[in-house]
Write a protein that binds this ligand. Structure first.
Ligand code: SAM
Length: 223
């Protein structure tokens, strides 16, 4: 990853953010190191850049949001990533979460339903010298059958339940992390599903709040 020199000016803000994440219970050093190195402001429109190191979700266009840093850290840590992993992300959005994942795994596939968001995210990956991310525009609830199976899948939007296609596209031992619950409600539950030889183990990781996962196996698109 090539971070342009001008961003060294915000390094103290990233250092402070990482300290806060560690105090909040994030332990994985690789996750903290990557988040400490990657300028979050690169993934925001100019008007929101001064808020980049607040622990809050921020608008990215198309009525969507970049997730708050603590949620990004918790979800990334929950995937228990290894450098050899092939990973699928649903909801490219600004590209921030994808850029973090790309530094921790072999290859990342990322799907976004809004073409405009996907295009801007791809430009950001190029400008940062990130070349192990493959993107497409489409309905991520269906997964990416041609590239399956995946060692890990992260969904960054909320669904009433884990989409069957995503569960089926996991390797045995693979992990899916996804916010599950009523996307119109105030909160959903962050869930982790681990594929076993015979089925799936599930674990609740705590309450979160996400925009809806819109698609065939998520929330139906409003007409
Ligand atoms: N990971 C993003 C980031 O780092 O900026 C956060 C994304 S935002 C919380 C959720 C994203 O999921 C939005 O960009 C939204 O358009 C996208 N999304 C919702 N439903 C989708 C679907 N079925 N397939 C692909 N993307 C979807």
């Amino acid at each position: 990853m090539r971070v342009p020199a001008q961003y060294t000016i915000t390094q103290p803000l990233r250092d402070q953010m990482v300290k806060t994440l560690a105090l909040e219970g994030v332990k994985n050093k690789s996750v903290l190191d990557v988040m400490g190195a990657l300028p979050r402001e690169i993934f925001l429109d100019l008007g929101f850049r001064s808020d980049a190191y607040k622990n809050s979700a921020l608008p990215i266009g198309e009525s969507q949001t970049i997730s708050q840093p603590l949620v990004v850290a918790i979800m990334t840590e929950a995937l228990q990533l290894e450098k050899s992993h092939k990973v699928l992300e649903i909801g490219t959005g600004s590209g921030y979460q994808a850029a973090i994942l790309s530094r921790l795994v072999r290859r990342l596939f990322s799907i976004e339903r809004h073409p405009s968001l996907s295009q801007v995210a791809v430009k950001r990956f190029e400008s940062l010298g990130i070349f192990n991310v493959v993107t497409k525009v489409g309905d991520g609830t269906l997964g990416w059958a041609e590239q399956a199976p995946f060692d890990r899948i992260m969904v960054t939007a909320a669904s009433p339940k884990a989409p069957r296609s995503l569960l089926e596209q996991l390797t045995v031992g693979g992990i899916l992390v996804i916010p599950v619950g009523d996307p119109a409600g105030d909160m959903q539950m962050l869930m982790r599903y681990t594929r076993t030889e015979t089925g799936f183990e599930e674990k609740s990781l705590g309450p979160v709040r996400f925009v809806p996962l819109i698609g065939a196996q998520g929330v139906p698109e409003a007409r």
